[in-house]
Design a protein around this ligand. Structure first.
Ligand SMILES: Cc1cc2nc3c(=O)[nH]c(=O)nc-3n(C[C@H](O)[C@H](O)[C@H](O)COP(=O)(O)OP(=O)(O)OC[C@H]3O[C@@H](n4cnc5c(N)ncnc54)[C@H](O)[C@@H]3O)c2cc1C
Length: 396
């Protein structure tokens, strides 16, 4: 540990999720001296609760409009697949790709609409019809009368992604306890530094050319302390379903219904005991789902599966729910903003990627507005190192 009372970094990042860690890896690779400060286990909050779908925007294109959200996401699958191949600024070659595609299926009421849209030229190359004889086992039933499409949107394992991102900046990441061993220092409504007190009561003042607030829902209180009323944050609670059974088949899918939101989005994970887990989001996990108790949500989930996939015998499965919340900039409509959000106020960036998938886009935005100052010593603090958090399917 350096005895210096003052240390200076190019960029200090507050947070410990996919936004903070992806950005830190990119800035470090560009030669910046970076420092990541988190107040809890890495990935706690939204990142380890994510389903890991690397959206390419196709589900937002249902209805024939390749809208703003869809355009912003279009390059993300390639960016992630490159990282998983060890290409590009972030090396995720040891992280797990759960599936290189998702299955798109639909409610009977929209069977024909789906075929005309997803079979159309507008989306060619991003999705294709799956032949009946190639249906994955989860749909291999005469009771499913619709068409299945393969969409080129990969699904990654959030746990190994977070673990690899953390490994890339392990030397630059520390855990702080605000109010105990650390505090933000403000001057003229700007962050001027971070004051750290070590167990021996000596003080270090940490300064930087830039600060990035990538603390998810934690950005709100920091902005409040700074006296910033904008950008405003919105919190959208979710109530996801977890279905566990050692014999579940793979089920990476998005179901299209009549509304703008898919009734169900499914991913498959393996828990620490080696059991398969279906992790279910989509409309079932939103507003009405949030107002339900855990038992009511499980009942609603069972009814939905009975209606949509009556051929699936889930009688031996264990059902759980998990509550989480998305933290995003306020859109006024309650909808999700189209791209990664990054607003600069003086020396500070306030960021919400709005999607796990958009972390590369967010890091690009920060990299283009920051640079490496030559000859900075690496930051060296006597603070503890954070652990990796636990995904929802390992909490039950
Ligand atoms: C149930 C669910 C499913 C999702 N599924 C998908 C999906 O399939 N695909 C997709 O693209 N997106 C998905 N998302 C969205 C995605 O998870 C988020 O957009 C993304 O993870 C946000 O990352 P983040 O790093 O900004 O925030 P978080 O992951 O919330 O990280 C914030 C971090 O900051 C730390 N922190 C908080 N306060 C402070 C503070 N004061 N000081 C220091 N550190 C602090 C926390 O400990 C945490 O480590 C999903 C979200 C949810 C909730």
């Amino acid at each position: 540990m350096s005895n210096s009372q003052q240390q200076h970094a190019d960029t200090i990042i507050v947070g410990g999720g996919v936004a903070a860690l992806w950005t830190a890896n990119v800035l470090k690779k560009a030669g910046q001296s970076v420092c990541v400060l988190t107040n809890g286990p890495l990935g706690d909050g939204q990142s380890l609760a994510a389903q890991g779908v690397i959206h390419g925007g196709l589900k937002y294109a249902v209805g024939g409009k390749l809208n703003e959200a869809s355009q912003a996401l279009a390059h993300m699958p390639t960016r992630w697949l490159d990282a998983l191949d060890g290409k590009g600024p972030v090396d995720l070659s040891k992280a797990e790709l759960l599936s290189d595609h998702q299955i798109l299926w639909s409610l009977p009421s929209v069977f024909s609409q789906i075929v005309s849209f997803f079979g159309s030229k507008a989306v060619r190359g991003r999705c294709s019809i799956i032949k009946r004889e190639e249906y994955p086992s989860v749909f291999d039933s005469p009771e499913y009368k619709g068409q299945l499409f393969r969409i080129e949107e990969p699904v990654v394992d959030p746990v190994s992604i977070l673990s690899e991102l953390a490994a890339g900046v392990a030397e630059e990441t520390w855990e702080v306890e605000w109010g105990k061993n650390s505090r933000l220092e403000f001057n003229d409504n700007q962050i001027s530094g971070i004051i750290l007190t070590d167990p021996g009561h000596s003080m270090t003042r940490l300064t930087a050319n830039h600060f990035v607030l990538a603390a998810g829902s934690g950005n709100g209180p920091i902005m409040e302390a700074l006296g910033w009323s904008k950008p405003q944050m919105q919190i959208r609670p979710l109530h996801q379903l977890i279905i566990r059974d050692k014999n579940l088949p793979d089920f990476y899918s998005v179901c299209v219904g009549n509304g703008s939101k898919p009734p169900l989005v499914s991913t498959t994970h393996t828990d620490r005991a080696g059991r398969k887990v279906w992790y279910i989001g989509g409309e079932i996990a939103e507003q009405r789902g949030v107002s339900r108790s855990e038992d009511e949500q499980i009942e609603a989930g069972k009814s939905l599966f009975k209606e949509l996939m009556p051929w699936q015998d889930l009688s031996a499965a264990e059902w759980f729910t998990c509550r989480s919340q998305r933290a995003e900039p306020l859109t006024g409509t309650g909808d999700r903003p189209p791209g990664a959000f990054c607003e600069r106020k003086g020396n500070t960036f306030i960021v919400w990627p709005t999607k796990f998938a958009l972390a590369p886009n967010l890091a690009d935005q920060i990299l283009s507005q920051t640079s490496a100052e030559s000859d900075l010593d690496p930051i060296d603090l006597s603070l503890p190192r954070p652990k990796l958090g636990i995904p929802p399917w390992d909490i039950q």
